[in-house]
Ligand binder design. Structure first.
Ligand code: HEC
Ligand code: HEC
Length: 411
């Protein structure tokens, strides 16, 4: 129903704006891949090392990092507004009910008391009003005095924050670092009149909680589960394939995916983007400090059986801890990667990356973020344990598998 509404909306916009979608996307890709405007070597600083120092935990730096994580678009309005025309899509077709249905979240802390009872949740004008109050998590908009959206961009919080639903589902207090597993990024981008029918089909195939951070680079589509951005303080390399330290990946996403204005180069991938002024590089240290300050959430009281979890811990130490080592739960801190076949997962995504193999995923807040594995192929922790029992021929009984699940729920 929602999908249908969006289709209609997108089709209507296609007609109304009448821009040649292919040309626009070619331009967008050109910005990302070539984008060699004024090159100024002094602006290209190497990514800082991935260790947390005392200076990095000052309240000022963390506050700045939080601001960047929640509200900084790095100038990506040039993509979301000028190229995708999302400001028009939102203003004309996205009422709050639709916005919540595609997984967008509303920050209740900035809403005046009682406002939700007074507004029409089926009117796009209400969405504009919410944007004007800066209440939509991960979306920044400039709204003029006639209540028209003039600029719209996205922030890190779009995919890596959610809310606690304290007011109603989708509306509550911000939970930074918690992946937004309801967010249908593909369906949102598919609303743009600038995407082709072929691209639209791909975007619509991803579903909630997933995103492919390379589709615009290589044209392939193997969407990834949006991962948590918490519990990473001791983790050396980020992403499912350990592409690099946190600032490496933050720059990759800010420049090539959010389409912010800044520098990102990786010889392994043949990417060299230099844009002036660079609105990304100088923000990476504060952004990293903030992410490193986000702890993995503890499991809710009573959410697992402690005796069974204790038995499960022994099984885990015997069968899983060769790869899921130490406090972080990953052997990648010492550089290890795993071929897809080692854990019986699909290799198509890894094949598109620089490392071509998977990082043992650090185990943190597992209770909070199903589904599991890079592609979400493990719907529940029970499925994950059944998968390993089969692939690694562990010979675990049903009771042992249940104990292992209780242990994973305790992490
Ligand atoms: C459109 C959705 C989206 C946005 C916006 C986004 N990310 Fe991500 N992020 C992802 C996806 C998908 C991955 C998984 C990539 C992979 O593993 O290859 C990811 C991975 C990560 C990771 C790695 C987590 C881990 O377990 O190693 C971190 C950290 C992260 N993002 C932080 C950020 C920051 C900071 C920003 C803003 C600069 C940002 N992301 C913007 C979708 C997004
Ligand atoms: C050979 C190394 C290895 C062994 C042994 C291993 N794992 Fe993993 N584990 C990995 C890798 C690599 C991934 C990432 C796979 C992916 O995302 O497709 C992973 C992912 C996971 C995840 C998903 C985490 C997330 O957030 O998506 C869970 C849960 C997990 N493993 C639990 C276990 C358990 C339980 C065992 C023991 C029964 C185990 N692992 C044994 C390497 C291993």
């Amino acid at each position: 129903m929602i999908a249908e509404m969006m289709h209609t909306a997108a089709r209507a916009l296609d007609k109304r704006i009448g821009i040649a979608p292919l040309a626009i996307i070619a331009m967008a890709a050109g910005t990302a891949l070539v984008g060699c405007e004024e090159r100024d070597s002094q602006e290209t600083e190497p990514a800082p090392p991935d260790t947390v120092t005392a200076e990095e935990t000052t309240p000022e730096l963390l506050a700045e990092g939080q601001r960047i994580f929640r509200f900084d678009t790095f100038g990506d309005e040039k993509f979301w507004t000028d190229t995708l025309h999302m400001h028009e899509v939102v203003e004309q077709n996205v009422d709050p009910t639709t916005a919540l249905a595609v997984g967008l979240k509303v920050d209740a802390d900035v809403l005046p008391p009682g406002i939700l009872e007074q507004v029409d949740l089926t009117s796009p004008a209400t969405t504009v009003a919410l944007l004007k109050m800066n209440a939509v998590v991960g979306i920044q908009a400039t709204v003029d005095e006639n209540n028209h959206i003039t600029r719209l961009g996205v922030t890190c919080a779009l995919c890596h924050s959610t809310v606690d639903n304290s007011v109603m589902p989708g509306i509550g207090r911000r939970m930074d670092g918690w992946p937004n597993r309801d967010l249908n990024v593909g369906a949102i981008i598919a609303l743009s009149p600038a995407v082709t029918a072929e691209q639209k089909a791909v975007y619509e195939s991803w579903g909630p909680g997933k995103y492919d951070p390379r589709f615009n680079m290589d044209g392939e589509s193997t969407p990834l589960v949006l991962p948590p951005a918490y519990g990473l303080a001791e983790v050396e390399n980020e992403t499912y394939t350990a592409e690099g330290p946190i600032s490496y990946w933050n720059a990759y996403v800010a420049v090539t995916q959010m389409h912010g204005q800044g520098n990102f180069s990786d010889e392994r991938l043949g990417i060299d983007v230099q844009q002036s002024p660079d609105l990304v590089t100088s923000k990476l240290p504060a952004l990293r400090a903030y992410q490193h300050s986000l702890p993995a959430p503890s499991p809710p009281a009573g959410s697992f059986d402690t005796a069974a979890a204790e038995r499960g811990r022994a099984l885990f130490d015997r069968t899983c801890a060769t790869c899921h080592v130490g406090g972080t739960g990953t052997d990648n801190n010492s550089g290890t990667l795993h071929a897809p076949a080692e854990t019986g997962v699909d290799g198509a995504y890894a094949a598109r990356t620089a490392n071509r193999a998977y990082r043992t995923t650090p185990l943190r807040g597992l209770w909070q973020h199903p589904p599991y594995f890079h592609d979400g192929s493990g719907a529940t922790l029970t499925d994950v344990v059944a998968h390993y029992t089969r692939v690694l021929t562990l010979g675990l009984t049903t009771e042992e598998q249940q104990d292992l699940v209780e242990f994973l729920k305790s992490l």
